[in-house]
Design a protein around this ligand. Structure first.
Ligand code: ZN
Length: 339
């Protein structure tokens, strides 16, 4: 049994590694991709149904109170152990009704950050080694971020995604398998499946619904998928500032890129990848530089959790189902019969 289980685990790890490698090697160059998506969906013109369907802005609060802490006063959160930490300046709550878009690379409607304010976002996790390292760097600086998880990766490493949630970060979704939803051969149904499978997989991995926050793989904004997300009341996240960490040669390069762009722009939603080793390595120094530069971290949260679709929850439950033996109590599988 152990050998069989070992083999199974190895094949899962191998599959995960292949998937990860595929992500790195098969992803088209982002610059050329971006030009296409701009042509398909001009940044200043929202998707057809969105402009008609919604005119109300998301609600933001400046409160840094933690509803969970308020609900359980007997267990206050431990104070930050680092007196010089970057910390968290404020928490904003997003009303995702109608699917508002954020990040000036593609969405210009909601300019909610003050000068020197920064939102940290991380895509493509959870991933062993790199995601825990990102979590540690954030914890060391007592600060919070938004993570856009790939459904497949969440299904491989639910325990890492749970650790992200337990640390108080916001978790959004990033499709099931990181396909380009704006590709020519992509159909409306396939795009819906990718989005909803990702949503349900992340929910299953977490054991609770994520935030209704979504980021398009490679920032490839398909107009029809945008319209669909609007009907699903899921907010869309582009970025104000791309770290291009996935092509950085080392950690230093990421720190330099982010800080020089930030010093020019003054604020913004920063796009990074907890999937990337160099990003995990860069984060402690980057967070220090943000602190030294007088930047303040803002955490985006959702007003209400994501409503996943029951049909996809059921389908993903079957697809992600653990071996039957794992769901049985130990005593029903193995018992001491002699000492
Ligand atoms: Zn991605």
């Amino acid at each position: 049994m152990r050998n069989a289980l070992g083999l199974m685990l190895m094949s899962v790890v191998a599959a995960a590694t292949i998937a990860g490698t595929w992500l790195l090697t098969a992803a088209p160059h982002r610059h050329s991709a971006k030009a296409e998506s701009v042509a398909a969906a001009p940044p200043t013109s929202p998707a057809p149904t969105r402009s008609a369907a919604r005119v109300d802005a998301p609600e933001f609060t400046g409160s840094i109170s933690d509803p969970q802490a308020a609900a359980t006063p007997a267990q206050p959160k431990p104070a930050c152990a680092n007196p010089d930490a970057l910390g968290l300046s404020r928490v904003v709550e997003v009303d995702t009704s109608g699917g508002p878009g954020f990040g000036f690379e593609h969405f210009k409607q909601f300019d909610f950050l003050a000068d020197k304010e920064v939102v940290l976002t991380f895509d493509d996790g959870p991933w062993p080694g790199n995601t825990p390292a990102v979590l540690k760097a954030l914890a060391d600086e007592c600060t919070k971020a938004v993570f856009f998880s790939i459904g497949k990766h969440a299904s491989y490493h639910p325990e890492i995604l749970k650790a992200v949630a337990a640390a108080g970060h916001t978790i959004g979704t990033h499709t099931w398998s990181h396909v380009n939803l704006n590709a020519k051969k992509m159909t409306e149904q396939l795009a819906k499946d990718e989005i909803e499978k990702g949503n349900s997989a992340v929910k299953l991995a977490l054991g609770t619904a994520p935030a209704p926050f979504f980021r398009f793989p490679e920032l490839q904004h398909s107009p029809t998928a945008m319209a669909y997300l609007g009907t699903r009341n899921i907010a869309m996240f582009s970025a104000d500032l791309d770290s291009f960490d996935f092509r950085a040669k080392n950690a230093d390069q990421i720190v330099t890129t982010v800080m020089s762009k930030l010093d020019k722009q003054g604020k913004g939603i920063i796009l990074m990848h907890d999937f990337q080793k160099h990003t995990a390595e860069a984060l402690p120094a980057l967070l220090r530089r943000l602190k030294e530069g007088g930047y303040k971290i803002v955490l985006m949260r959702a007003k209400t959790p994501m409503q996943t679709l029951a049909e996809y929850d059921e389908a993903m439950l079957k697809e992600m189902k653990l071996p039957v033996a794992a769901t049985r109590p130990v005593s029903s599988v193995i018992q001491t019969v002699a000492r």
